[in-house]
Structures are given as C-alpha cells and as structure tokens.
Ligand binder design. Structure first.
Ligand SMILES: Nc1ncnc2c1ncn2[C@@H]1O[C@H](COP(=O)(O)OP(=O)(O)OP(=O)(O)O)[C@@H](O)[C@H]1O
Ligand SMILES: Cc1ncc(COP(=O)(O)O)c(N)n1
Length: 270
C-alpha cells in the first residue's frame, strides 16, 4: 500500500486540518500518517484557541514516522511559527522526501490567523523552495507573488511569479474568491486551467486541505501532477456535492460520500 504523510494542525470539528487530510487520504486509497503541528479548538464558526506542538515534539513525531513507515508523499498544511517551519524543512531535506505538496495556510475560512505574520518570511525562505507543488488560494497567492489578483490574467501572472520564485509547480485556487471553481497550474514554463463545476454549497470548510491531501495521495500512487490534480478536484467536487450541512457556520464536506450507505445499512435494524 502507498503511504501519504500529513504535517498539519488538528481541527477539533474535523472539517479541515489533520482530520480532513486523514479522511481524504484514506478514501483515496493510501495509508495516512500524521505529524501534528498544533491543536486548534475550532468549529464551523471560528478558531477559539491554539496550542502549538513544541519544535522538539514535532521533530520526535517526524523521526518516529520516517524511521519506520517512510511516506511516498508529504502534504504540509498549517504551520504557525518559525521554529516549527525550520524543523519540517530540516527533516524534509535530511530524509530526502519526494512528492511534497505545500498548502501555505495563512488564514482560516472563518477569518482566524493560522500563521504568525513574522513567520511568512521563514516559510518563503525555508519551506516553499522544497515543495514540488504549492497550492495557495487567492489571498495567499497575493502575498507570495507580491501582486494584487483581481482578474484571470492576474491569477496566471501570479502563478508564474510564485513558480519561478520558489522553483516549483504552483496551483492557484480560484475557489470561492475568483473565477468560480477554476484553478490554474503553472509548471516549467507552461500553464494549464483545471475547470471545476461550481457547487452551490456554503459549507466549504476544509476545501483547501482536502484538495492538497488528495493531490498528495494521488502522487503517492504514481500519477503525474496533472492527473493527480484532476482526480483531486473530482473527489472534492463529489464531497461538496453530497450536501452535508452541519454546524452554525461554514460546515464540513462529506469526505465519505462514496461509502456512507454501506455503513448506514449496518445500523438499520437497531
Ligand atoms: N463552491 C465550490 N464548488 C466547487 N469547487 C469549489 C468551490 N469552492 C472551492 N472549490 C474548489 O476547492 C478547492 C479549494 O479552493 P479554496 O479557494 O476553497 O481553497 P482554500 O481557500 O485554501 O480552502 P479553505 O477553505 O480550506 O481555506 C479548489 O479546487 C476550488 O476550486
Ligand atoms: C487546523 C486547520 N488547518 C487548516 C485550516 C484551513 O481550512 P479552512 O480555510 O477551510 O478553515 C483550518 N481551519 N484549520
């Protein structure tokens, strides 16, 4: 079985973060491992508290993982501080990790900051140059490229700038901000659009986490970057389309859309 590792924060409401990543990787047919950068006290309405892992404890988690079950791909999500970014960067270099997907999570959908302002520079210097793929949303792409994104042309320009700056492929997500569900990949001098069907569902908590971990799972299985992105978008669209509606804010998607009926039947006679 192929293995994917997520290095990210825990979301107590399980719509985003580590929990979304493990569900996504599992349902995309790979074995999921996790190294937790922070615990968040979070639900669909906001992030109420954050308890960071110490750098020593994050390193201990990564060593335990890499010494035993070596991953075929790594997805990195919320990493809030400089010291944690450095631990991850050192580990990825030392362990010669392949298929690194970085979702440069900065702000939650609910508006809470998940990356300290003074850590952005460290992220850009130490972690992003190690990535095979970056998956910023529009506000993150504006910060990483240094340009304002107001149009489709700006999206294409920003992807090129980010890709050249960090020497990696860059997928800018149109998402709920611009150009509906269409995302743009820039890679080695060439751009390609991934057109998605816009699904009218306000419950989009964890869409970015889900997309990046599905891409990592698909890379683990040996698919090309373009195939991995296409399949990840199909998985995300199906999870959104299932129409789960939980919580008072922007709720989670149903990652288990494909198998939910199988297990529902087991309880039907009770
Ligand atoms: N309503 C929608 N219908 C279909 N696809 C969507 C919708 N909203 C977002 N997406 C897709 O979800 C993926 C994640 O994009 P999004 O812009 O939501 O990322 P994000 O802002 O990082 O996510 P998050 O909400 O986890 O922070 C992209 O492929 C995007 O096109
Ligand atoms: C632990 C954690 N990681 C990532 C996100 C971003 O996801 P979203 O933007 O959907 O809130 C989050 N809210 N919490």
């Amino acid at each position: 079985m192929k293995i994917a590792l997520t290095i990210a924060g825990s979301d107590s409401s399980a719509g985003a973060g580590i929990q979304a990543d493990i569900k996504t990787m599992t349902l995309n047919g790979v074995y999921a491992e996790s190294a937790i950068t922070a615990l968040t006290a979070q639900n669909t309405t906001g992030v109420y508290d954050i308890l960071e892992s110490s750098p020593e404890f994050l390193k201990a988690q990564l060593d335990a993982i890499f010494d035993d079950i070596y991953p075929d791909s790594v997805k990195i999500g919320m990493v809030s501080s400089k010291a944690l970014i450095e631990v991850i960067a050192d580990c990825l270099k030392e362990r010669k990790t392949k298929n690194i997907v970085v979702d440069p999570v900065m702000v939650a959908t609910s508006g809470s900051k998940l990356l300290l302002d003074d850590s952005i520079e460290t992220l850009m210097q130490k972690l992003l140059p190690l990535a095979d793929l970056l998956t910023p949303n529009i506000p993150e792409a504006e910060i990483l490229s240094g340009i304002e994104i107001k149009s489709i042309d700006d999206m294409e320009e920003a992807a090129k700038i980010i890709s050249e700056k960090f020497s990696c492929k860059t997928l800018i997500k149109g998402g709920h901000k611009l150009n509906d569900a269409n995302d743009y990949l820039y890679s080695e001098g060439k751009g390609v659009w991934f057109k998605g069907e816009r699904i009218d569902n306000p419950n989009t908590h964890g869409t970015g986490c889900t997309l990046s971990s599905a891409i990592a799972a698909n890379l683990s299985k040996g698919f090309s970057m373009e195939e991995a992105i296409k399949m990840a978008k199909d998985f995300l669209s199906a999870a959104l389309k299932d129409g789960l509606n939980l919580g008072k804010g922007s709720g989670p998607m149903n990652h288990a859309f494909d198998i939910k009926d199988k297990y529902k039947k087991l309880g039907e006679n009770r």
